[in-house]
Design a protein around this ligand. Sequence first.
Ligand code: OSB
Ligand code: MG
Length: 370
Amino acid sequence: MEVRSIELLHLEMQLVEPFETSFGSTDTRRVLLVRVEERGGEEGWGEVVAGEGPWYSYETYEIAVHIIKHYLAPWILAAGDVRASDAYRLMSRVRGHNMAKAGLEMALWDLEARLEGKPLYKYLGGVKRRIPAGVSIGIKKSVEDLLRVVSHRVEEGYVRVKLKIKPGWDVDIVQRVRDEFPDVPLQVDANAAYTLRDLQVMLKLDELGLLMIEQPLHYEDLADHAVLARKLRTPICLDESIRGLHDAKAAYLLEAAEIINLKPSRVGGYGPSLSIHDFCSLTGLGLWVGGMLESGVGRGHLVALATLPQMTYPNDISASSRYWERDIVEPPWELKAGCLEAPERPGIGVEIDEEALKRYLRKRERVGEG
Ligand code: OSB
Ligand code: MG
């Protein structure tokens, strides 16, 4: 296909409730959408998930815009006949900036699947349409607040709960949730807030029957995770530490983790995500799809990825209503018996709700031309 235009749509969307992690709190998401259009007029959509500040990773919204405008978009426009599966390689002269790359690369996959008239999930090799939906619950003002939210989410049908933890908000609160909801599959995510000096905390968490402990230690320290893994029965899951296939290989060889939280935006799009998926199939590493508080566009991509065969745990892919009063896609993502369903329509399978989009849109610009 020949890409004739690349547009960036700058949105501002307020979350239904603030989301707090060990690295900070968010209540308004700056959502950056990428719209690509090919010669025949067909379009594809992607989303850049970089945060406002460099807290989850070094990438930020502003820097992603810069990288796309000045490097990635001009290359894709100049490439002539492009295939989505070549896009990651075409952008590889830029080191890092995976979220910027993923926003554009995934838009190209959506476009290509639409041109083929196929749902993106099938185009990627997905096999299961029903995606078990977990929910990620932020740090709250009090344990009572947290228990209320957990109860509400369990009633809605989420099949597992992930609690954000940080030093001072860990063993006691997880124990309370465990006591109140003994049968709910439960896991925790520290977003790298601990060190090996906190071994006692980790050993207590190890007693609570958790499905996994996500990213307890420093995002660059696979070795420390390997040391910790040897002391715990609970599997370690890595998020921030896995920036590509090379990190997945190193984590496997060091036995630093048994499970990977795969966020396509963190690894640079579907190309690297498929490689990691296949590596996990080969080695038996566990895998599931994580989220970055995406709008309905990014969520559509997560749903497509989560249909692949090696996804062994419930995902952080929740319904639109968990994030937004009104999402920007039609139909919005809804929970049915604890699952989201991959649509059978072409591409990500949802359409942009133009009226909702207008409500959130701050700026729209064409990029990449000289
Ligand atoms: O660590 O998984 C994380 C959201 C923003 C940044 C990092 C993380 C998260 C989540 C939310 O846990 C997952 C979701 O989109 O529901
Ligand atoms: Mg995480």
